[in-house]
Design a protein around this ligand. Structure first.
Ligand code: NDP
Length: 423
């Protein structure tokens, strides 16, 4: 690395100063610097074309988690979330994990799966062998229905078939290149629907992409030098052991597993939204994957390696993320997010997002097993309340400080009382 990045005091800066820092650290082009400075958003004309019955556009906070190192490369990660402390937690984790070498990732595969469900099949054995016999013909029909993806070097590549109860399910597997592939696959699946009915002598119930993207798995790993967990070695070891226990607990208790995974998606969704991707698709796939062993489990695994004094974390998830298609090219904020990330391709973006999930989980469980989650939350909660109570400019910080000092409950009534005294 030639240039050393400078994020000093990033969280305390003003919005425009932060944009300046992004620029100075080489994460922003001139064009997108202007777009961000003007806070340019989705134009109404565009938004009106994107969804039905529009009455306006809807804003959310757009933030940066700096200090990410993924596969040896530096990133400032754009996040869109309304939840206080998500970006702070993620940035904290990125910094500690970055000091330990950052994240390494592995793209296990990148294909999308769609399905045609058939019913009223009289002879399943015969229907299955007919589908397999006609595999190449069906693949050709699928590819002829979406020739542009074939021209890009992708397309339908395989067909599998399974009898599930009264259904015959035909799975189509396709390489959708830089896209998420929903429309690509849906078009292909609808094209093979009638031919499948003819081949199997059955009726088709539906033809649709599956969000259980088990052919688009990404694994992110990190190793945290436990010295960074606390100022005392004794406390560091204790924390590392507790983080391991927390990951074990999340594999065993579904009440915890759900919250554990929600925390992972706090980070993942924020980047998925910032990059214009389909967050429902990523959540649905991730949550289904959490139940792959027959019961719903926490998605991350943390182990404390005492011989190396390292805390090792791992997260594997379906990550069918796109760098093109959908709404990605339409929203200037999304384009700015891509610019900040160095215009990653779909695989690199999937690696970054999975790393963010692991970082977010680290931040959450470290807080949970040490100071507790409210410690960090309360200040942010107080800020939200101060804003709600009508505090402006400097009043916000003063009101927050006085409320926390007062030892009183963090609620709207108390904030209002303090604010009245300030004003
Ligand atoms: P698109 O329909 O936008 O298709 C991808 C587009 O990207 C194509 O127009 C393609 O152009 C273009 N493209 C340019 N470069 C590339 C490249 N290198 N590789 C691949 N495509 C390229 O998007 P998807 O098919 O990905 O569908 C995603 C959308 O579908 C999302 O908005 C999602 O919310 C929605 N959706 C999701 C469903 C689900 O999750 N179950 C169901 C239905 C819709 P060209 O045609 O020239 O190749």
């Amino acid at each position: 690395k030639i240039k050393k990045l400078n994020w000093l005091g990033f969280q305390k800066k003003e919005r425009l100063e932060r944009i300046q820092m992004l620029k100075e650290n080489g994460f922003l082009s001139d064009e997108f610097e202007q777009i961000l400075k003007k806070n340019e958003n989705l134009p109404l004309e565009t938004s009106n074309q994107m969804a039905e019955n529009g009455i306006g556009t809807f804003a959310l906070p757009f933030s940066i988690a700096p200090n990410f190192i993924v596969d040896g490369k530096d990133y400032a990660v754009p996040m869109v979330t309304e939840e206080p402390s998500v970006v702070a937690g993620c940035s904290y984790a990125a910094k500690i994990i970055g000091k330990s070498g950052g994240f390494t990732t592995e793209i296990l595969n990148r294909k999308m799966i769609g399905q045609v469900a058939l019913y009223e099949i009289l002879d399943f054995d015969n229907a299955i062998s007919m589908v397999l016999e006609n595999k190449n013909k069906l693949l050709k029909i699928a590819n002829d229905a979406y020739p542009s993806i074939v021209a890009r070097g992708g397309g339908a590549i395989d067909i599998e078939v399974r009898n599930i109860d009264e259904f015959l399910v035909v799975y189509l597997i396709a390489d959708v290149k830089e896209a998420m592939g929903a429309n690509i696959l849906n078009t292909m699946l609808e094209a093979i629907k009638t031919p499948l009915e003819n081949i199997t002598n059955g009726k088709s119930l539906m033809a649709i992409l599956s969000n259980y993207a088990t052919e688009s798995l990404v694994k992110a790993k990190c190793e945290v030098n436990i010295k960074l967990l606390s100022s005392s070695m004794e406390k560091s070891i204790e924390t590392a052991k507790k983080i391991e226990l927390a990951s074990k607990f999340a594999k065993l208790d579904v009440y915890r597993a759900t919250t554990h995974n929600k925390g992972i998606f706090n980070g993942i969704d924020a980047v998925v939204i910032a990059t214009g991707n389909d967050w429902r698709a990523i959540e649905a796939g991730g949550n289904a994957f959490a139940a792959k062993n027959g019961k719903y489990e926490g998605l991350t695994t943390w182990t404390f390696d005492e011989s190396e004094n390292k805390l090792k974390g791992e997260l594997t998830l379906p990550m069918p993320i796109a760098s093109v298609g959908g709404s990605i090219g339409l929203n200037p904020s999304v384009k700015a997010a891509f610019n900040i990330l160095g215009n990653p391709n779909a695989k690199t973006l999937a690696s970054i997002i999975t790393s963010v999930g692991l970082a977010q989980n680290f931040a959450a469980i470290k807080a949970l097993v040490t100071t507790g989650i409210q410690h960090g939350h309360m200040k942010l909660q107080a800020r939200s309340l101060a804003l709600l109570a009508g505090a402006k400019g400097k009043e916000i910080d003063i009101a927050v400080e006085r409320l926390l000092e007062s030892g009183k409950s963090i609620n709207l009534e108390n904030v209002k009382e303090i604010l009245e005294k300030i004003k």
